[in-house]
Design a protein around this ligand. Structure first.
Ligand code: ASP
Ligand code: MG
Length: 439
């Protein structure tokens, strides 16, 4: 069985929903479908929550009314028969009345989770009804019944595997199984979610749990590109990526995939294919456990990086210095991306600056601290193992005119990262594309 996940833009209009249904029903074997909320809906639901936190029911009601109108029109456009149109509109009215009920109660983060969950609940209902109207044997399974997180807010994989399999067992002989991406229950059985963009994660968890033959992530771009198409012209989709390469690219900027989502697929050995709903026959990108020797795959950039340098003569021949430095970051739950050390100093980068001033003030006990903001990490991903000679020289050589602030190589066999100023980002990406991919 294949798992197919469609993102917000792929189900963003009635027309797109119809096209998704064509894709879902084209395989002859049963498919498991994971849907996001229609694009813009999760943001609108968060805005409603924001008004409710601020005790402004009027503001919340305005957005609820706008959203309701939009969905009612969608239903009119989507269904050919009055039976399915009315059925769905009745469901939508109940949904929006439910949202209105939150304007009358005390609002907490618990209610917010319930509100944001409605986007996926609505999109999956609409698509399931459409499939049924078209005569497809489809069943809607609630993700709240089988996607669950543990006490650390991490997916509880054993639970998910057992319960996803049970869902299939209890609902045999359907052509299409549909469920919501993103939403889940937590360890206390409360409605929760897998964080923004989490539908990819849901799809990979289900694919791994069912040992499916492939997990397809359908978006509106034809796969992961070998450079940032917003900055560099002539980028191309990468045909194949090793799981680690894809994880590094997703983390370092390629927005197409949720960075941690492919871990379950990797462990289960289930390939993940990135496909484009606007161009369904394009080959896209396949992510699997094959490491292609001797190839560089892509370049990506991560913006809004802050670099911190700590210099201290106390570091010379001393031990425990790095531990003290890292503990400060840990105590403020701030993760570090790049690290470079010398005998008298350490430079590192962070992207979350919400505790920067506290961190800096503690660091000053240990040395002289300097901060540079507006930096960018440029990462080159591919086979960068040590017996693959030449690529590092080519990458470095391409940057001969760029003032590089830090270089990190050897952390894994798949990545070399350069820290440059934001002003030099475009030149860096272009130079690397030219040198590595002859673009
Ligand atoms: N609807 C959620 C979001 O907008 C989850 C997703 O689309 O993956 O973040
Ligand atoms: Mg997404």
């Amino acid at each position: 069985m294949k798992v197919m996940k469609f993102g917000g833009t792929s189900v963003g209009t009635p027309q797109r929903m119809k096209e998704v249904c064509k894709l879902i029903t084209s395989p002859t074997q049963p498919t498991f479908v994971v849907l996001s909320a229609m694009s813009g809906t999760t943001n609108a639901l968060l805005e409603i929550s924001d008004y409710l936190y601020k005790k402004n029911p009027e503001g919340a009601n305005t957005i609820i009314n706008q959203l309701e109108q939009k969905y009612m029109l969608h239903a009119q456009e989507l269904y050919a028969t009055s039976e399915y149109c009315e059925l769905t509109q009745k469901f939508l009215r109940e949904e929006f009345n439910y949202l209105r009920s939150f304007t009358k109660i005390l609002f907490t983060s618990f209610e917010e989770k319930v509100i944001v969950a409605q986007g996926e609940i609505i999109s999956t209902n609409m698509v399931t009804n459409y499939l049924k109207e078209c005569g497809v044997k489809a069943v809607l399974l609630s993700a709240l019944d089988f996607i669950r997180t543990d006490k650390n807010a991490e997916p509880d994989f054993n639970y998910i595997r057992e319960h996803a399999q049970k869902q299939l067992h209890d609902n045999p002989d359907y052509q299409v199984y549909i469920t919501q991406g993103f939403i889940c229950r937590n360890a206390y059985s409360e409605i929760d979610n897998l964080l923004r963009g989490g539908s990819d994660y849901t799809a990979c968890l289900i694919g791994a749990a069912l040992q499916s033959e492939e997990i397809q992530i359908w978006t509106d771009i034809d796969g992961m590109h070998n450079n940032d198409p917003r900055v560099v012209e002539g980028t191309k989709p990468v045909p194949q990526l090793y799981f680690e390469e894809a994880a590094e690219l997703a983390y370092f900027g390629a927005k197409i995939l949720h960075p941690t989502c492919i871990q379950p697929a990797k462990f289960a050995g289930v390939p993940v294919r990135l496909l484009n709903t606007m161009d369904p026959t394009a080959p896209g990108t396949i992510i699997n456990n094959e490491m292609q020797q001797g190839t560089l795959k892509a370049v990506a950039a991560k913006d809004d990086i802050t670099c911190i340098q700590i210099q201290s003569s106390r570091m010379l021949l001393a031990h425990g210095f790095l531990r003290k430095v890292f503990e400060i970051f840990e105590s403020y739950k701030t993760s570090i991306d790049m690290v470079c050390t010398s005998e008298v100093g350490v430079s590192l980068t962070i992207d979350n600056t919400s505790h920067l001033s506290d961190i800096l003030s503690e660091l000053k006990q240990y040395g002289t601290v300097q901060v540079e903001e507006d930096m960018v990490i440029i990462c080159v991903v591919g086979d960068l193992s040590t017996d693959n000679v030449g690529f590092v020289t080519r990458a470095c050589d391409a940057l001969r005119d760029v003032p590089v602030r830090m270089i990190s190589y050897g952390g894994s066999n798949h990545n070399i990262s350069f820290l440059v100023r934001k002003a030099d980002k475009k030149q860096t990406l272009q130079a690397l594309s030219q040198s590595l991919f002859n673009a």
